[in-house]
Write a protein that binds this ligand. Structure first.
Ligand code: IPM
Ligand code: MG
Length: 357
């Protein structure tokens, strides 16, 4: 079996945080004799600059062959005025769809050491542990037709298509039900079935699947209410399953409940459990190159990669324990800094995790 890991640093703070995660991966590779080999490739704006495309053929080729991928982030103001097909985000979306990474797992966990970082009252968020399962290769992100067209009236009209097939809904539903079985056995499916037919079907399929998972309690919620409930009483949720765009929005909201999007990892898996792992935060161009970004979300994403795609639970646990230890030591990058913390740089945080290992 190939044990190759592809690193895609990308743009903005991507290269800085992936560099720290790479050190951590090298360390566990040695310590636990994992036999992993690493390769690096360009994606996003970095690839546009070098090769005039956000997803070079060589990158896609390496990605297909890798057992797992660790991505930093893509995008930045430098490339914002490019036409849609040439923007850095297309690199990411192209990887997701080419590798059929349909299942996006986004945990929102409140680290007890960072309880005061949340903007919500401690009693509302303490102990928070939600998993958002977002469909990642369908829905309005990929539906055809799409574009901007000229109407007979002379006015331009922008349009996208929100669509899901039954099989697309069923496969993401199964991932979510199975995740719920492993956790608190509660699944909330989020839709807009009071307005959108596509989500009426979504709800129907989720109901159908329920019979296969009798130990999981399924509920449904409209997305507007879900957005409200997430800030009102987030602990009512265990696993949330939803479509691509609602998942994009709700996962940012859920991440912020924890006070620090700089701590949250994500996994995007296909049916062979090949996966791409990335921090939930973006490329943060405003702080890129300053050495102040938080590398922990990427480091925890690397742990997730070891667990889900490489079946190396022990190494994953070691990384997670090391992260917890540096938080206990009071080390904080700027984004999670609070009273009494010791402020550290990106590199110092990475080094601290290494020592804790
Ligand atoms: C995310 C991001 C991406 C998305 C962008 C960068 C295309 O917001 O991973 O949540 O919308 O999916
Ligand atoms: Mg997003």
């Amino acid at each position: 079996m190939s044990r190759s890991v592809l690193l895609l640093p990308g743009d903005g703070i991507g290269p800085e945080i992936v560099a720290e995660a790479e050190k951590v991966l090298n360390k566990v590779n040695e310590k636990f004799s994992l036999g992993l080999s690493f390769d690096t490739a360009l994606v996003g704006g970095a690839a546009i600059d070098a090769e005039d495309t956000p997803l070079p053929a060589d990158t896609l080729d390496k990605a297909r062959k890798a057992e797992a991928i660790l991505l930093g982030a893509v995008g930045g103001p430098k490339w914002d005025s490019l036409p849609m097909a040439k923007r850095p985000e297309k690199g990411l979306l192209g990887l997701r769809s080419s590798l059929e990474l349909f299942a996006n797992l986004r945990p929102a966990i409140l680290y007890p050491q960072l309880a005061s970082a949340s903007s919500l009252k401690p009693e509302v968020v303490s102990g928070l542990d939600i998993l958002i399962v977002r469909e990642l290769t369908g829905g309005i992100y990929f539906g055809q037709p799409r574009g901007v067209r000229l109407l007979e009236s002379g006015e331009r009209q922008g349009y996208n298509t929100y669509q899901y097939t039954e099989s697309e809904i069923r496969r993401i539903g199964r991932v979510a039900f199975e995740a719920a079985q492993q956790r608190g056995k509660k699944l909330c499916s989020v839709d807009k079935a009071n307005v959108l037919e596509v989500t009426v079907l979504w709800r129907e399929i989720m109901e159908e699947l329920k019979g296969e998972y009798p130990d999981v309690e399924l509920s449904h919620m409209y997305v507007d209410n879900a957005a409200m409930q997430l800030v009102k009483a987030p602990k009512q949720f265990d696993v949330i399953v939803t479509g691509n765009m609602f998942g994009d929005i709700l996962s940012d909201e859920a991440a912020m409940l924890t006070g620090s999007i700089g701590m949250l990892p994500s996994a995007s898996l296909n049916s062979e459990k090949q996966g791409m792992y990335e921090p939930c935060h973006g490329s943060a161009p405003d702080i890129a190159g300053q050495g102040i970004a938080n590398p922990l979300a990427t480091i925890i994403s690397a742990a997730m990669m070891l667990r889900y795609s490489l079946n190396e639970d022990e190494a994953a646990e070691a990384i997670e324990a090391a992260v917890s230890k540096v938080l206990d030591q009071g080390l904080r990058t700027a984004d999670i800094m609070s009273e009494g913390g010791k402020k550290v740089s990106t590199r110092e945080m990475g080094e601290a995790v290494l020592s804790a290992l």
